[in-house]
Ligand binder design. Structure first.
Ligand SMILES: [Zn+2]
Length: 671
C-alpha cells in the first residue's frame, strides 16, 4: 500500500463529502479507511499523527488539559445592539483610516457570527500541530486530540498552499441543529442547544467520544504566518481558505459604505430576510471588520477587544406553541407555501398565530403534524420562525395540496436551488399561468412603495381588477380609465379620479424598478439593481447573454432563471404590444451620492406623504448624509419631510413645533 497516496485519497474524498459533492459511497470510504488503519497498525513506523485514521480519536487521558500561551491574545469583540451603534463604529473607522480610500469610505468585510466556541489552530510545515481554546484570552487549553476528529479541520494543508514554517488561524467550532437532534436521539439526556453541545464536546477527555459528536468548523481569522501569504484583506483570506480546504461561513460580503454595512446586517436579520431561516446552524449576529489588514493594524487593539472589529448582535427570543393547522398561500411567482397556524403565543412582546415557511420541503423536513409542540424563535427584526418540532403528538399529517387553493388548477413540484445545508429545495407551485392569485400578488408587489410606489391602490382594488379581467400585467394599470374604475364595487368618482392620477404620476420608471415590477422569479431588488447598473438600458437588457448577466455580478442560478425569462420573449412580444410611451423606462443613472457628507449630521428626520421618489430613496439619502430616519414623530424628531397628502404625522409635527420640509427644501439641504 502506498500510505501517502491512500491518505491523500481519503482526505480528498472527505473534503468532497463535506462540501456536499461526494465522490464515493460511505461504504467505500470506510473500507479504505479501515484498510489504512490495519496497515498502519502493522507498520508502527508509518504512524502519522495527521493520518485520516486519527479522525477517529485516540486513547483518553487523565488530569487537566495542558494550558498553552497564545501567540497573539485571543480577544473578544465589542458588541453593538443597534444600527445606530454600528453606524457610529463605521463612521469612526472612516474618520481614522478613511484617508486611504476614495470618498473616505473604508472597505468593511461583514460576515455571520456563528454561535459556537472559538478555537486557534497552529500549523507547522502545513501540518496541524496544536488547537487551543480561547481560555482567558492569554492562555488556552490544548484540545488538539478533539479538534483532529472534526472532519472540517484540515489535518494537513493541500500541497502548494503552504510550503513551510508556521501558520496560525482561528475559527469557530459549531454544530448544526439537525446534527445535534440526531445525536440527541442516541442520548438519554438530550442537550438543549448547539452551543452547549459544542462547549461540552471540545472539553471531552476521550477524543473517541468527541469523534461521535457532529462537530463542524468555520475559519474566520488569520493570525500570523512565518511566510508571506497571497492576501492582504479579510476577504482575500476567505478566498485563500477555499484553496486551503478551510471552510468559511456562507454569506460574507465586502461593503464600501456605511449604508451597505447596515443593508448587509439587514439582509441577515431584517424583516424580509430568509438568510437566517435557511441556515442549518445557529448564529447570533454579524461581524463587521475593517477589510484591509494593514489598516486594521493602524487602528490597533484595545485592552479587551480589537478596535477594527464590531459584533452587530441580535437578541433571540424563544417560545413553544401548539400546531393547530396548516394552510397554503400562493405568491407572485406562483409558489405555494405552507403557513403553520399555532395557538396564539406571546413572543418578544407580540402575539403570533401563524408562521410562513418558505417552501414545502421545510414542512416535510420538520415533519410537522397537527397538535405537535413546536419551538419558535425570533431574532432581530425577523418575523418568528419555526425551529423544530419539540414534541410530536402523532396527529394528522399535512399533505401538499394537489390543486391550487385559489384557482383549483393542478399543482406541480420543482426541485432546485441548494440551500445552506445542502438540501435540495422542493417548491410547490400552481401550474396555471393565469392564476388570479399569482397575478394579484404580482400587481401588489409592483405598486408597492419599494417598486412603483403608486399610492392608494389597495389589495381589494387589485383583487377586483384582476377578477374582472381588467388587469393582466402591471402595465394594464396605465390603461385604466375612470370609467373602468367606476365599475368596481365600492368605487366613486373622486376615488377613481385620484387613482388614475396616482398611476399616471408614476409613468416614468427607472430601469431597475421596471424590471422589479415585472416580478421575474428569483429577481428581487438587488438583482434588478445589478442588472440595470450593468446594462444601463432596456434595449441592452433585451439582448443580454448569459455571460453578460454573470458579469453584472448576479449568481449563476439567478442568471439562468433570468435567461429563461428573456428567452420566453416577454420583452419582445408582450411589452411591444402596449402603446408606445404608455410608460417611459429611464436608462440607469449612477445615483450614488458622494457618501458620508455630514450635511444632515444630528438630524432625526421622519418622512411622510407622497414624494416624487420611493420612500427608500430619501431614507438612503438621509443616511449617507449622516442623518437618522425615524418611523414616527417623537420627541427626538428634528425635521419632518412632508410630501403631498400627509396624514397625522404632519399635524403632530406642527403641533410640536417641529420644522416641516418640502421635498425642494430637503433637496436644497443636500447641495
Ligand atoms: Zn392557482
Amino acid at each position: 500500500m502506498n500510505v501517502t497516496e491512500t491518505r491523500s485519497t481519503l482526505n480528498k474524498w472527505n473534503y468532497a463529502y463535506r462540501i456536499g459533492q461526494p465522490i464515493v459511497s460511505d461504504l467505500e470510504f470506510d473500507k479504505l479507511l479501515a484498510e489504512l488503519a490495519t496497515y498502519e497498525a502493522a507498520h508502527p513506523e508509518l504512524v502519522d499523527p495527521n493520518s485520516p485514521t486519527q479522525r477517529i480519536g485516540v486513547e483518553p487521558f487523565s488530569g487537566d488539559f495542558a494550558t498553552v500561551a497564545h501567540n497573539a491574545p485571543m480577544l473578544s469583540i465589542t458588541n453593538s445592539y443597534s444600527n445606530e451603534e454600528t453606524k457610529a463604529f463605521c463612521a469612526k473607522m472612516n474618520g481614522k483610516i478613511g484617508h486611504h480610500y476614495k470618498h473616505h469610505n473604508v472597505e468593511f468585510c461583514v460576515d455571520l457570527k456563528i454561535d459556537g466556541c472559538a478555537v486557534s489552530l497552529r500549523y507547522k510545515d502545513g501540518v496541524l500541530v496544536q488547537a487551543l481554546t480561547r481560555g482567558d484570552g492569554k492562555t488556552g487549553e490544548d484540545i488538539t486530540a478533539n479538534v483532529k476528529t472534526i472532519l472540517d479541520v484540515p489535518l494537513k494543508l493541500p500541497e502548494g498552499v503552504w510550503h513551510g514554517g508556521e501558520l496560525e488561524i482561528r475559527g469557530e467550532i459549531y454544530m448544526e441543529r439537525a446534527g445535534l437532534a440526531n445525536y440527541n436521539k442516541t442520548q438519554k439526556k438530550p442537550i438543549s442547544n448547539t452551543r452547549s453541545a459544542v462547549a461540552g464536546s471540545i472539553k471531552l477527555k476521550d477524543s473517541r467520544e468527541a469523534a461521535k459528536r457532529p462537530l463542524r468548523f468555520f475559519a474566520h481569522t488569520f493570525v500570523s504566518a512565518s511566510e508571506p501569504l497571497p492576501f492582504e484583506t479579510q476577504s482575500g483570506f476567505y478566498t485563500w481558505c477555499f484553496t486551503a480546504n478551510m471552510p468559511v461561513a456562507p454569506h460574507w460580503a465586502v461593503c464600501w459604505t456605511i449604508q451597505e454595512v447596515i443593508q448587509t446586517c439587514d439582509k441577515f436579520y431584517g424583516e424580509e430576510s430568509t438568510v437566517i431561516q435557511d441556515l442549518p446552524f445557529d448564529t447570533d449576529g454579524a461581524v463587521i471588520r475593517v477589510n484591509n489588514f494593514e489598516h486594521q493594524a493602524e487602528v490597533g487593539i484595545g485592552a479587551t477587544s480589537p478596535n477594527y472589529c464590531l459584533a452587530h448582535k441580535v437578541e433571540k427570543f424563544e417560545a413553544t406553541a401548539t400546531v393547530v393547522d396548516v394552510d397554503w398561500s400562493v405568491g407572485s411567482s406562483g409558489a405555494i407555501t405552507p403557513r403553520v397556524w399555532i395557538e396564539p403565543t406571546l413572543i418578544d412582546g407580540t402575539v403570533i398565530q401563524k408562521m410562513s415557511l418558505s417552501n414545502v420541503s421545510l414542512l416535510q423536513k420538520h415533519g410537522v403534524r397537527k397538535g405537535d409542540i413546536v419551538l419558535i424563535e425570533k431574532a432581530g427584526k425577523i418575523i418568528p420562525r419555526l425551529v423544530c418540532v419539540v414534541e410530536s403528538k402523532g396527529g394528522e399529517e399535512f399533505l401538499p395540496p394537489s390543486q391550487c387553493p385559489v384557482c383549483d388548477e393542478p399543482t406541480g413540484i420543482i426541485s432546485g436551488g441548494l440551500k445552506g445545508d445542502g438540501q435540495v429545495v422542493k417548491t410547490l407551485f400552481c401550474t396555471n399561468e393565469d392564476c388570479p392569485a399569482k397575478l394579484t400578488r404580482k400587481i401588489q408587489k409592483a405598486v408597492s412603495r419599494d417598486v412603483l410606489n403608486i399610492d392608494g391602490i389597495g389589495a381589494e382594488t387589485i383583487n377586483a381588477l384582476v377578477e374582472a379581467g381588467h388587469v393582466k400585467s402591471f402595465l394594464d394599470l396605465y390603461l385604466l380609465t375612470e370609467e373602468t374604475l367606476l365599475t368596481l364595487p365600492r368605487s366613486g368618482k373622486n376615488l377613481a379620479k385620484k387613482m388614475v392620477a396616482a398611476i399616471q404620476a408614476r409613468k416614468r420608471i427607472p430601469l431597475a424598478k421596471f424590471l422589479q415590477a415585472i416580478c421575474i422569479p428569483n429577481t428581487g431588488e438587488r438583482v434588478c439593481e445589478k442588472i440595470a447598473a450593468h446594462f444601463k438600458s432596456l434595449d441592452a437588457v433585451t439582448v443580454a447573454t448569459h455571460s453578460e448577466l454573470l458579469e453584472s455580478g448576479i449568481g449563476e442560478y439567478v442568471a439562468q432563471v433570468f435567461m429563461t425569462w428573456l428567452d420566453e420573449g416577454w420583452l419582445v412580444d408582450v411589452w411591444a404590444d402596449y402603446p408606445p410611451h404608455l410608460v417611459d423606462v429611464d436608462d440607469y443613472k449612477d445615483t450614488a451620492v458622494a457618501p458620508d457628507s455630514q450635511k444632515l449630521a444630528g438630524m432625526v428626520i421622519c418622512i411622510t406623504g407622497t414624494l416624487s421618489q420611493p420612500r427608500n430613496h430619501f431614507q438612503k439619502l438621509i443616511e449617507v448624509n449622516g442623518g437618522v430616519v425615524s418611523s414616527s414623530v417623537t420627541g427626538k424628531t428634528t425635521h419632518l419631510l412632508a410630501g403631498e397628502d400627509c396624514g397625522s404625522k404632519l399635524a403632530k409635527a406642527q403641533k410640536a413645533g417641529i420644522p416641516v420640509l418640502t421635498e425642494e427644501e430637503f433637496d436644497a439641504m443636500m447641495l
